[in-house]
Each structure stands twice: as structure tokens, then as C-alpha cells.
Design a protein around this ligand. Structure first.
Ligand code: AMP
Ligand code: TRP
Length: 344
């Protein structure tokens, strides 16, 4: 049996959505809509693996939804929803807790980074986080997952879980009429010039929601003046931009700004250098500011418009959850049959 292609991805509602989230993920979600069936999920259950203030969480769920819609995701053609409204995510995550091995999770670098030195005090959810992510994807038997570079290891774990489930239950999968494999091995879609957008203050650190310096990132809620100021203050080196990519070697800040420009312009880094090679940063930064404002201002305005009507956002989420639930229940029924649980 062939499994049709289906795209799934998620963004955590943890505040400060930034240019890295947009270029590494959301902009690419939009591009995939024309040729695929897509589900885009606000992964609120992932967010609560670390402390979230309830009122802020509720706002941030709506804000990520608004960003999806403002960027151009069509909630009628595709499914936009939040994870906690579809019970199957938690249910399948539990089953995957029993498939994944401690050793696999112990290797996850993001857990080590997020838990920091005080690992004893990290939530169990933070440790099991990649199993929930595998459940998100496989609940819809999704085949393609657009994400930034930082999610590569988690995607590999999702594939390992799918593979182990298929192997462990091979006989039962066949008996239930699913042929040789039940879950597809989901493929990461990590491509383009901005899979890892770096901090504007330090070309060796990832642009991140949790960086204490707001100057390190461009937030999707920043206005034109703030964007201009942050780009003006972005760290660079004294040399002009090179004409070819080799010249970016050892120049992480220059490489980052060129990558950001390329992704915003829908071109690639060699194309940007062909245009700006030899330019001083002062000039390049002006062009980058104009481009960033041109691309981000309409999104910013649309986000505000959606956020002014939270009831409408909630309606869109509820409709998405209803449609996602139909698919989820089908998978969960089959999973129960395969494992030997008795369905309701
Ligand atoms: P998160 O906010 O952690 O849920 O991330 C949402 C999406 O944005 C994921 O696909 C991440 O890989 C992507 N992402 C986060 N930070 C960056 C970055 N600095 N550069 C590129 N992609 C990123
Ligand atoms: N872990 C992802 C991140 O932090 C978010 C996420 C959760 C996700 N579930 C997912 C991404 C499923 C892709 C597919 O960015």
C-alpha cells in the first residue's frame, strides 16, 4: 500500500516569534501549500515542557496562529490547529514512550541544552519531548516535515520510532491489512539559504526566542523602525561583501546577513553576492532593511488584524481541530488494533 505525501510541521507558542522561525519554517510552510496536503500545528503541549504563564500561553497560541494566517497559510485548503485540541497527540505520544528507548533520548542535544546543568529538575515532559514530536507527525502518517536545521536530530528520532514500530509489530501490521509498514519514515525538508538564521549580535549563536538581547533577533511583531534599528546595529566585520560564497568563509555575520537577504528575496546566496559583492555593509544593510520591511510589514499588519479578533482565531483553530481529529482517530484506531488494545 502506498502512503500519499502529506506535510506536517509545528511551531511552539513560546513568544517572540522571530525571523529565524519565519525563514526557517513558516515561509516554507506557505510555499508547500500549492503542491501538498498540509497540517500546520501550534504545538502547545510542547511549550508546557517548560514553565508557561497561563495568560501568556493563551495569547501566544493565538499569536502563532495569527502568524501562520498572516504569512499566507490557507486554513480552508489546509489544516491549522493547536495540538492540545486533538487528543491523539498525547495518546500516540504515550505509545511512543513505550517504543523509544532511554538511550535514544539520552543522545538528544536539545534536551541537554534546555535542561542545562540542573537535569534532575527538568520536567519528564522535556525529556520525552521528541516522542511527542514523533507522535505529531505520525498521527497523520505525514511524509514530509519542513523545519529548521535545529530539528534534524528530532526528525531522525521520529524515523527511528516509526521504523521500530513497523519492525516490532510487523506481523500484526500485515494481519491488519497494512502490508509491510504502517508508519512512513518522515523526511525532513531542511533546505534553502536560511535553515539556521543566526543572532544579529553574534554570528556563531542561533537566532533564538530566549536570547536575553532583543537586538539579537527581528521579531515578527517589530515595526519598521525597530527592524531598521536592529539591522543597523547588527554586528559585521570591516571588509566589504565578497563577490563569491568562498569569501564568506570565517565571516559568520556576513554569511548570516547574506543568507537572510537571499531567503527574503527568494534567491540564493551566490545570487546576493553577485549583486552586492564589493558593497560596504552600510549600503548592504540599507538594502536589507528595505527588503525586510517590505516583506515583514504586511505580515505584521495582518497579524495585528487577526489578533484584534481572538474569537475568529479560536474558530479557525476549532475547525482545524475537528478536521485533524478525523484523520487522527483513523490512525489511533489502527494503532490500537495493531498493538492489541481493544477499541471503543
Ligand atoms: P520553535 O519556535 O522552536 O517551535 O521553532 C519553530 C520552527 O522554526 C522550527 O522548524 C525551527 O527549526 C525553526 N527555527 C527556529 N529558530 C530558527 C533559526 N534561528 N533559524 C532557522 N530556523 C529556525
Ligand atoms: N520541536 C519543534 C521545534 O521546537 C516543534 C515541533 C513539535 C515540530 N512537533 C513538531 C516540528 C512536528 C515539526 C513536526 O521547533
Amino acid at each position: 500500500m502506498t502512503i500519499p505525501s502529506r506535510v506536517f510541521s509545528g511551531v511552539q507558542p513560546t513568544g517572540n516569534l522571530h525571523l529565524g522561525n519565519y525563514l526557517g519554517a513558516i515561509q516554507r510552510f506557505v510555499a508547500l501549500q500549492d503542491e501538498h496536503d498540509c497540517l500546520y500545528c501550534v504545538v502547545d503541549l510542547h511549550a508546557i515542557t517548560v514553565w508557561q504563564e497561563p495568560a501568556e500561553l493563551r495569547h501566544n497560541i493565538r499569536e502563532v496562529t495569527a502568524a501562520f494566517l498572516a504569512a499566507g497559510i490557507d486554513p480552508k485548503k489546509h489544516i491549522v490547529f493547536n495540538q492540545s485540541q486533538v487528543a491523539g497527540h498525547s495518546e500516540l505520544a504515550w505509545i511512543f514512550n513505550c517504543v523509544a528507548r532511554m538511550g535514544w533520548l539520552n543522545r538528544m542535544t536539545q534536551f541537554k541544552e534546555k535542561a542545562g546543568k540542573n537535569r534532575e529538575n527538568a520536567s519528564v515532559g522535556l525529556f520525552a519531548y521528541p516522542n511527542l514530536m514523533a507522535a505529531d507527525i505520525l498521527l497523520y502518517r505525514a511524509t514530509h516535515v519542513p523545519v529548521g536545521e535545529d530539528q534534524k536530530q528530532h526528525l531522525e528520532l521520529s524515523r527511528d520510532i516509526a521504523q521500530k514500530f513497523n519492525n516490532d509489530f510487523a506481523a500484526s501490521i500485515a494481519e491488519n491489512g497494512f502490508g509491510e509498514m504502517f508508519f512512513p519514515l518522515p523526511e525532513p525538508l531542511i533546505a534553502g539559504p536560511a535553515t539556521r538564521v543566526m543572532s544579529l549580535r553574534d554570528g556563531k549563536a542561533k537566532m533564538s526566542k530566549s536570547d536575553p538581547s532583543d537586538l539579537s533577533r527581528i521579531n515578527l511583531t517589530d515595526d519598521a523602525d525597530t527592524i531598521a534599528q536592529k539591522i543597523r546595529k547588527a554586528r559585521t566585520d570591516p571588509d566589504p561583501l565578497p563577490a563569491v560564497s568562498d569569501g564568506l568563509e570565517g565571516r559568520p555575520e556576513a554569511a548570516n546577513l547574506a543568507g537572510i537577504y537571499a531567503a527574503l528575496a527568494g534567491t540564493d546566496v551566490p545570487g546576493v553576492l553577485a549583486e552586492f559583492g564589493g558593497s560596504q555593509f552600510s549600503d548592504f544593510k540599507k538594502a536589507l532593511t528595505d527588503l525586510a520591511v517590505e516583506k515583514l510589514a504586511p505580515i505584521n499588519a495582518e497579524m495585528r488584524r487577526y489578533l484584534a479578533d481572538p474569537a475568529e482565531i479560536d474558530r479557525i483553530l476549532a475547525d482545524g481541530a475537528d478536521r485533524a481529529s478525523v484523520l487522527a482517530e483513523e490512525t489511533m484506531g489502527a494503532v490500537k488494533d495493531i498493538i492489541g488494545l481493544i477499541r471503543h
